[in-house]
Design a protein around this ligand. Sequence first.
Ligand code: SF4
Ligand code: MG
Length: 319
Amino acid sequence: NLDVRFQLGEGGILRQSQGTIHALSDIHFALEQGQTIGLIGESGSGKSTLGRAILHLVRPSAGEVFLNGMNLTKLSEQKMRPYRQQMQMVFQDPFDSMNARMTVGQIIMEPLLLQRLGNSSTRRHKAEALLERMGLDRRAMNRYPGQYSGGQRQRIAIARALSTEPQLLVLDEPTSGLDVSMQARILNLLQDLQKEMGLSYVFISHDLGAVSYLAQTIIVLYLGRIVEVAPTATLIATPAHPYTASLMDALPPMVRQNTATHLPMPVGEPPSPVNPPSGCAFHTRCPKAEARCSSERPPLQDLSPGHQVACHFPLQVGN
Ligand code: SF4
Ligand code: MG
Protein backbone atom coordinates (compact mmCIF):
# COMPACT_ATOMS: atom_id res chain seq x y z
CA ASN A 1 0.00 0.00 0.00
CA LEU A 2 2.74 2.39 -1.01
CA ASP A 3 1.98 6.10 -1.21
CA VAL A 4 4.33 8.85 -2.35
CA ARG A 5 3.40 12.52 -2.06
CA PHE A 6 5.45 15.56 -2.98
CA GLN A 7 4.83 18.95 -1.39
CA LEU A 8 4.54 21.69 -3.98
CA GLY A 9 6.43 24.91 -3.48
CA GLU A 10 9.62 23.17 -2.33
CA GLY A 11 12.77 23.47 -4.37
CA GLY A 12 11.39 26.32 -6.44
CA ILE A 13 8.85 24.26 -8.38
CA LEU A 14 5.33 25.46 -9.02
CA ARG A 15 5.45 28.07 -6.27
CA GLN A 16 2.04 29.58 -6.89
CA SER A 17 0.03 26.38 -6.63
CA GLN A 18 0.78 25.26 -3.09
CA GLY A 19 -0.43 21.80 -2.32
CA THR A 20 0.49 18.17 -2.69
CA ILE A 21 1.16 15.97 -5.69
CA HIS A 22 -0.06 12.50 -4.97
CA ALA A 23 2.56 10.80 -7.14
CA LEU A 24 1.63 7.24 -6.15
CA SER A 25 -1.41 5.82 -4.36
CA ASP A 26 -2.15 2.35 -3.02
CA ILE A 27 0.60 0.54 -4.91
CA HIS A 28 0.76 -3.12 -3.99
CA PHE A 29 2.62 -6.00 -5.64
CA ALA A 30 5.07 -8.82 -4.96
CA LEU A 31 8.12 -9.85 -6.98
CA GLU A 32 9.58 -13.36 -6.70
CA GLN A 33 13.30 -14.00 -6.91
CA GLY A 34 14.53 -14.52 -10.46
CA GLN A 35 11.40 -12.94 -11.94
CA THR A 36 10.65 -9.68 -13.72
CA ILE A 37 7.77 -7.35 -13.11
CA GLY A 38 7.10 -4.72 -15.76
CA LEU A 39 5.87 -1.21 -14.92
CA ILE A 40 4.32 0.55 -17.84
CA GLY A 41 2.64 3.88 -18.40
CA GLU A 42 3.10 7.28 -20.01
CA SER A 43 5.46 9.89 -18.60
CA GLY A 44 3.93 11.28 -15.42
CA SER A 45 2.34 7.93 -14.53
CA GLY A 46 4.68 7.60 -11.54
CA LYS A 47 6.67 4.60 -12.77
CA SER A 48 10.13 6.14 -12.20
CA THR A 49 9.00 7.43 -8.80
CA LEU A 50 7.87 3.92 -7.92
CA GLY A 51 11.27 2.52 -8.94
CA ARG A 52 12.99 5.07 -6.72
CA ALA A 53 10.58 4.47 -3.84
CA ILE A 54 11.30 0.72 -3.93
CA LEU A 55 15.00 1.54 -3.48
CA HIS A 56 14.15 4.23 -0.91
CA LEU A 57 15.86 6.88 -3.01
CA VAL A 58 12.47 8.53 -2.50
CA ARG A 59 10.94 7.95 0.95
CA PRO A 60 7.40 6.55 0.82
CA SER A 61 4.84 8.83 2.51
CA ALA A 62 2.89 5.76 3.62
CA GLY A 63 3.04 2.02 3.10
CA GLU A 64 6.02 -0.31 3.25
CA VAL A 65 8.63 -2.03 1.10
CA PHE A 66 9.97 -5.46 2.08
CA LEU A 67 13.13 -7.17 0.81
CA ASN A 68 13.37 -10.86 1.74
CA GLY A 69 10.87 -10.22 4.52
CA MET A 70 12.79 -7.22 5.96
CA ASN A 71 10.72 -4.05 6.27
CA LEU A 72 13.06 -1.50 4.66
CA THR A 73 10.78 1.41 5.42
CA LYS A 74 11.40 0.99 9.16
CA LEU A 75 15.22 1.00 8.88
CA SER A 76 17.48 3.94 9.63
CA GLU A 77 19.79 4.99 6.79
CA GLN A 78 22.68 3.25 8.56
CA LYS A 79 20.84 -0.05 9.04
CA MET A 80 19.72 0.25 5.42
CA ARG A 81 23.28 0.18 4.07
CA PRO A 82 23.67 -3.61 3.69
CA TYR A 83 20.29 -3.70 1.94
CA ARG A 84 21.28 -0.92 -0.46
CA GLN A 85 23.99 -3.25 -1.72
CA GLN A 86 21.24 -5.74 -2.64
CA MET A 87 19.32 -3.25 -4.79
CA GLN A 88 20.70 -1.24 -7.69
CA MET A 89 19.25 0.98 -10.38
CA VAL A 90 20.06 1.31 -14.08
CA PHE A 91 18.94 4.60 -15.59
CA GLN A 92 17.69 5.53 -19.02
CA ASP A 93 20.58 7.62 -20.25
CA PRO A 94 23.59 6.21 -18.43
CA PHE A 95 25.76 9.08 -19.66
CA ASP A 96 23.73 11.50 -17.52
CA SER A 97 24.42 9.38 -14.45
CA MET A 98 28.15 8.94 -15.19
CA ASN A 99 30.92 11.33 -14.30
CA ALA A 100 32.56 11.98 -17.68
CA ARG A 101 35.92 12.58 -15.97
CA MET A 102 35.96 9.17 -14.30
CA THR A 103 37.37 6.20 -16.16
CA VAL A 104 35.09 3.28 -16.94
CA GLY A 105 36.97 1.27 -14.31
CA GLN A 106 36.38 3.93 -11.65
CA ILE A 107 32.70 4.10 -12.61
CA ILE A 108 32.20 0.35 -12.23
CA MET A 109 34.17 0.20 -8.97
CA GLU A 110 32.44 3.24 -7.43
CA PRO A 111 29.53 1.34 -5.75
CA LEU A 112 32.09 -1.04 -4.20
CA LEU A 113 34.04 1.91 -2.82
CA LEU A 114 30.89 3.59 -1.50
CA GLN A 115 29.82 0.38 0.21
CA ARG A 116 33.41 -0.26 1.38
CA LEU A 117 33.47 -3.70 -0.24
CA GLY A 118 36.73 -5.52 -1.02
CA ASN A 119 40.19 -3.99 -1.48
CA SER A 120 41.59 -2.20 -4.50
CA SER A 121 42.84 -5.38 -6.13
CA THR A 122 39.61 -7.39 -5.67
CA ARG A 123 37.59 -4.39 -6.86
CA ARG A 124 39.73 -4.14 -10.01
CA HIS A 125 39.43 -7.86 -10.73
CA LYS A 126 35.71 -7.72 -10.29
CA ALA A 127 35.36 -4.72 -12.62
CA GLU A 128 37.49 -6.42 -15.29
CA ALA A 129 35.48 -9.63 -15.06
CA LEU A 130 32.21 -7.68 -15.34
CA LEU A 131 33.47 -5.77 -18.38
CA GLU A 132 34.33 -9.03 -20.09
CA ARG A 133 30.95 -10.50 -19.20
CA MET A 134 29.33 -7.45 -20.82
CA GLY A 135 31.30 -8.14 -23.99
CA LEU A 136 33.64 -5.17 -23.52
CA ASP A 137 37.43 -5.25 -23.63
CA ARG A 138 39.14 -4.90 -20.24
CA ARG A 139 41.17 -2.05 -21.75
CA ALA A 140 37.99 -0.04 -21.19
CA MET A 141 39.08 0.19 -17.54
CA ASN A 142 41.32 3.17 -18.37
CA ARG A 143 39.08 4.82 -20.97
CA TYR A 144 36.29 7.35 -20.51
CA PRO A 145 32.54 6.88 -21.05
CA GLY A 146 32.57 9.54 -23.79
CA GLN A 147 34.61 7.15 -25.93
CA TYR A 148 31.73 4.67 -26.05
CA SER A 149 28.41 4.40 -27.91
CA GLY A 150 25.00 4.49 -26.20
CA GLY A 151 24.69 0.70 -26.23
CA GLN A 152 28.20 0.24 -24.80
CA ARG A 153 27.52 2.83 -22.09
CA GLN A 154 24.35 0.98 -21.16
CA ARG A 155 26.46 -2.18 -20.72
CA ILE A 156 28.92 -0.21 -18.57
CA ALA A 157 25.97 0.98 -16.45
CA ILE A 158 24.76 -2.61 -16.04
CA ALA A 159 28.29 -3.68 -15.01
CA ARG A 160 28.32 -0.90 -12.42
CA ALA A 161 24.93 -1.97 -11.07
CA LEU A 162 26.09 -5.60 -10.81
CA SER A 163 29.36 -4.80 -9.02
CA THR A 164 27.85 -5.14 -5.53
CA GLU A 165 26.23 -8.48 -6.47
CA PRO A 166 22.66 -7.23 -5.97
CA GLN A 167 19.54 -9.40 -5.93
CA LEU A 168 17.26 -6.73 -7.36
CA LEU A 169 17.78 -4.37 -10.27
CA VAL A 170 15.41 -1.52 -11.02
CA LEU A 171 15.81 -0.91 -14.75
CA ASP A 172 14.39 2.50 -15.68
CA GLU A 173 13.90 2.63 -19.47
CA PRO A 174 17.15 0.68 -20.02
CA THR A 175 16.66 0.40 -23.78
CA SER A 176 15.04 3.76 -24.59
CA GLY A 177 17.05 5.87 -26.98
CA LEU A 178 18.89 2.85 -28.43
CA ASP A 179 18.35 1.61 -31.97
CA VAL A 180 16.27 -1.53 -32.43
CA SER A 181 19.15 -4.00 -32.82
CA MET A 182 20.96 -2.59 -29.78
CA GLN A 183 17.71 -2.76 -27.79
CA ALA A 184 17.45 -6.45 -28.63
CA ARG A 185 21.07 -7.07 -27.58
CA ILE A 186 20.57 -5.34 -24.22
CA LEU A 187 17.31 -7.24 -23.58
CA ASN A 188 19.03 -10.55 -24.39
CA LEU A 189 21.96 -9.66 -22.14
CA LEU A 190 19.59 -8.78 -19.28
CA GLN A 191 17.77 -12.08 -19.77
CA ASP A 192 21.02 -14.10 -19.71
CA LEU A 193 22.30 -12.26 -16.63
CA GLN A 194 19.02 -12.91 -14.85
CA LYS A 195 19.31 -16.66 -15.47
CA GLU A 196 22.99 -16.81 -14.49
CA MET A 197 22.65 -14.78 -11.29
CA GLY A 198 19.05 -15.36 -10.21
CA LEU A 199 18.40 -11.62 -10.44
CA SER A 200 15.00 -10.04 -9.93
CA TYR A 201 14.06 -7.10 -12.12
CA VAL A 202 11.64 -4.23 -11.91
CA PHE A 203 11.55 -3.19 -15.57
CA ILE A 204 10.18 0.31 -16.13
CA SER A 205 9.27 1.40 -19.63
CA HIS A 206 6.71 3.16 -21.78
CA ASP A 207 7.43 0.43 -24.38
CA LEU A 208 5.07 -2.49 -23.85
CA GLY A 209 6.94 -4.51 -26.48
CA ALA A 210 10.24 -4.36 -24.56
CA VAL A 211 8.52 -5.03 -21.22
CA SER A 212 6.58 -8.02 -22.55
CA TYR A 213 9.85 -9.61 -23.69
CA LEU A 214 11.25 -9.89 -20.14
CA ALA A 215 8.37 -9.60 -17.66
CA GLN A 216 6.21 -12.44 -16.35
CA THR A 217 3.78 -9.90 -14.88
CA ILE A 218 2.91 -6.40 -16.06
CA ILE A 219 1.53 -3.54 -14.00
CA VAL A 220 -0.10 -0.66 -15.88
CA LEU A 221 0.05 2.71 -14.11
CA TYR A 222 -2.07 5.74 -14.86
CA LEU A 223 -1.59 8.97 -12.87
CA GLY A 224 0.03 7.16 -9.96
CA ARG A 225 -2.43 4.30 -9.60
CA ILE A 226 -2.44 0.69 -10.75
CA VAL A 227 -5.19 0.41 -13.37
CA GLU A 228 -4.43 -3.16 -14.44
CA VAL A 229 -2.11 -6.00 -13.46
CA ALA A 230 -1.91 -9.38 -15.17
CA PRO A 231 0.44 -12.14 -16.30
CA THR A 232 2.10 -10.83 -19.49
CA ALA A 233 0.40 -13.21 -21.93
CA THR A 234 -3.02 -12.51 -20.37
CA LEU A 235 -2.50 -8.75 -20.47
CA ILE A 236 -1.54 -8.83 -24.15
CA ALA A 237 -4.24 -11.32 -25.16
CA THR A 238 -7.11 -9.82 -23.17
CA PRO A 239 -6.42 -6.32 -21.86
CA ALA A 240 -9.42 -5.36 -19.72
CA HIS A 241 -8.74 -1.67 -19.02
CA PRO A 242 -9.42 0.71 -21.92
CA TYR A 243 -6.10 2.45 -21.23
CA THR A 244 -4.19 -0.85 -21.49
CA ALA A 245 -6.06 -1.68 -24.70
CA SER A 246 -4.95 1.66 -26.15
CA LEU A 247 -1.30 0.80 -25.40
CA MET A 248 -1.66 -2.26 -27.65
CA ASP A 249 -1.91 0.13 -30.58
CA ALA A 250 1.82 0.89 -30.23
CA LEU A 251 2.94 -2.75 -30.17
CA PRO A 252 4.94 -4.15 -33.06
CA PRO A 253 2.60 -6.16 -35.39
CA MET A 254 4.27 -9.47 -34.39
CA VAL A 255 3.20 -8.98 -30.77
CA ARG A 256 -0.08 -7.20 -31.49
CA GLN A 257 -1.45 -10.14 -33.48
CA ASN A 258 -1.81 -11.93 -30.12
CA THR A 259 -4.18 -9.34 -28.73
CA ALA A 260 -7.94 -9.68 -28.91
CA THR A 261 -8.65 -6.05 -28.16
CA HIS A 262 -7.06 -2.81 -29.01
CA LEU A 263 -8.31 0.72 -28.91
CA PRO A 264 -6.81 3.82 -30.53
CA MET A 265 -4.12 5.62 -28.54
CA PRO A 266 -5.70 8.11 -26.11
CA VAL A 267 -5.73 11.65 -27.44
CA GLY A 268 -3.72 14.45 -25.85
CA GLU A 269 -1.45 14.50 -22.85
CA PRO A 270 -2.31 12.81 -19.57
CA PRO A 271 -3.90 15.29 -17.11
CA SER A 272 -1.72 16.92 -14.46
CA PRO A 273 -1.18 14.90 -11.28
CA VAL A 274 -1.59 18.18 -9.33
CA ASN A 275 -5.30 18.17 -10.07
CA PRO A 276 -6.21 14.65 -11.15
CA PRO A 277 -9.69 14.15 -12.62
CA SER A 278 -12.42 12.99 -10.23
CA GLY A 279 -13.73 9.43 -10.24
CA CYS A 280 -11.75 7.33 -12.70
CA ALA A 281 -8.70 9.48 -13.56
CA PHE A 282 -8.82 8.13 -17.14
CA HIS A 283 -12.38 9.33 -17.80
CA THR A 284 -11.23 12.52 -19.59
CA ARG A 285 -9.60 10.40 -22.32
CA CYS A 286 -11.54 7.13 -22.21
CA PRO A 287 -13.62 6.15 -25.28
CA LYS A 288 -15.77 3.90 -23.04
CA ALA A 289 -16.51 6.46 -20.31
CA GLU A 290 -20.05 6.80 -18.95
CA ALA A 291 -21.57 9.24 -16.44
CA ARG A 292 -20.64 7.13 -13.43
CA CYS A 293 -16.93 7.22 -14.36
CA SER A 294 -16.45 10.91 -13.52
CA SER A 295 -17.89 10.61 -10.01
CA GLU A 296 -17.00 7.13 -8.74
CA ARG A 297 -13.45 5.80 -8.56
CA PRO A 298 -13.31 2.16 -9.70
CA PRO A 299 -11.54 -0.12 -7.20
CA LEU A 300 -8.95 -2.68 -8.34
CA GLN A 301 -10.94 -5.90 -8.69
CA ASP A 302 -10.13 -9.51 -9.55
CA LEU A 303 -11.09 -10.68 -13.04
CA SER A 304 -9.26 -14.02 -12.96
CA PRO A 305 -6.30 -15.38 -10.95
CA GLY A 306 -3.53 -12.77 -11.08
CA HIS A 307 -5.57 -10.44 -13.30
CA GLN A 308 -6.95 -7.30 -11.69
CA VAL A 309 -8.46 -4.19 -13.23
CA ALA A 310 -9.72 -0.84 -11.97
CA CYS A 311 -12.60 -0.04 -14.34
CA HIS A 312 -16.39 0.09 -14.00
CA PHE A 313 -16.80 -1.37 -17.49
CA PRO A 314 -13.86 -3.69 -18.17
CA LEU A 315 -13.50 -4.82 -21.77
CA GLN A 316 -14.59 -8.33 -22.67
CA VAL A 317 -12.69 -10.44 -25.14
CA GLY A 318 -13.58 -9.28 -28.64
CA ASN A 319 -14.87 -5.76 -28.01
FE1 SF4 B 1 -13.10 4.24 -18.87
FE2 SF4 B 1 -14.99 4.38 -17.01
FE3 SF4 B 1 -13.37 2.27 -17.11
FE4 SF4 B 1 -12.45 4.62 -16.32
S1 SF4 B 1 -13.99 3.38 -15.28
S2 SF4 B 1 -11.47 3.23 -17.73
S3 SF4 B 1 -13.57 6.01 -17.64
S4 SF4 B 1 -14.87 2.90 -18.66
MG1 MG C 1 10.69 8.15 -16.13
